[in-house]
Design a protein around this ligand. Structure first.
Ligand SMILES: [Zn+2]
Ligand SMILES: [Zn+2]
Length: 231
């Protein structure tokens, strides 16, 4: 055991238990089991485990571009909600790295056999008001970790324009807001690329659909949406 673990024993990120949290894990054994169960939970539409499900969110179905969608776990029970809540509000590098690794596994599956220069990684940047409130942009942090792990370049393809903070809006308003909230940032060379959008939670898919539309305008041939969680 490392000295640092004796001085600061690791706590489970979900329940706060100190017992037996192994090095390189963020969960206690009980929460780890719950997390693995969550990933294996069958999708209500295709019947596959969440982690293997490729169902497309409603708004993304009509993006007018080839879309693949993957996610690690469903946004459903308390454990999944706690993970995402902490991701958005607490700047915990262990959690960010853990979710980045999980997303990177899906990225690797979708990009198998491809050359490094065929792919790029992008993300929907957090709003300025949320960055001001919480002090960090978890979307940027996770996307850059996924880029490091996979070796694909990270592009700051999008910027926020106006738009209200998503959390203050109803589900219907969120969809409309997302359509206005993002624009392409400075010109990125995206023509002919397959672009991987990394996101925390995909709900209706309106944000990913807006980003896909912008990517299509830039000549992107395929979009792969990879999120930690999906509603
Ligand atoms: Zn626990
Ligand atoms: Zn499915």
């Amino acid at each position: 055991m490392k000295l640092i673990n004796l001085i600061f024993p690791k706590k489970c990120i979900i329940c706060g238990e100190f017992t037996n949290v192994k090095e390189n894990d963020i969960f206690c054994p009980i929460c780890r089991t719950k997390y693995e169960t969550l990933k294996r939970e069958p999708c209500r539409d295709c019947g596959k485990a969440q982690r293997n499900c490729r169902c497309i969110s409603s708004k993304l179905k009509y993006a007018g571009i080839s879309v693949t969608q993957r996610h690690v776990f469903r946004f459903s029970d308390e454990l999944s909600r706690t993970l995402i809540y902490k991701l958005k509000r607490k700047n915990l590098s262990a959690l960010q790295l853990f979710l980045a690794k999980e997303c990177a596994e899906l990225v690797k599956e979708e990009s198998k056999g491809a050359f490094r220069d065929e792919f790029a990684i992008v993300y929907p940047p957090r709003s300025k008001s949320a960055i001001k409130e919480y002090g960090f942009d978890h979307a940027h942090i996770i996307a850059s970790e996924v880029a490091k792990i996979t070796g694909f370049p990270l592009l700051r393809a999008f910027k926020r324009v106006g738009g209200k903070a998503q959390k203050t809006l109803s589900a219907a308003e969120r969809g409309q807001n997302a359509e206005k909230a993002f624009e392409l940032s400075d010109e990125c060379a995206l023509t002919g690329l397959s672009v991987i959008i990394i996101d925390d939670v995909v709900t209706s898919g309106s944000t990913a659909a807006r980003l896909s539309e912008l990517l299509k305008q830039q000549g992107v041939k395929r979009v792969i949406v990879v999120s930690a969680s999906k509603v």
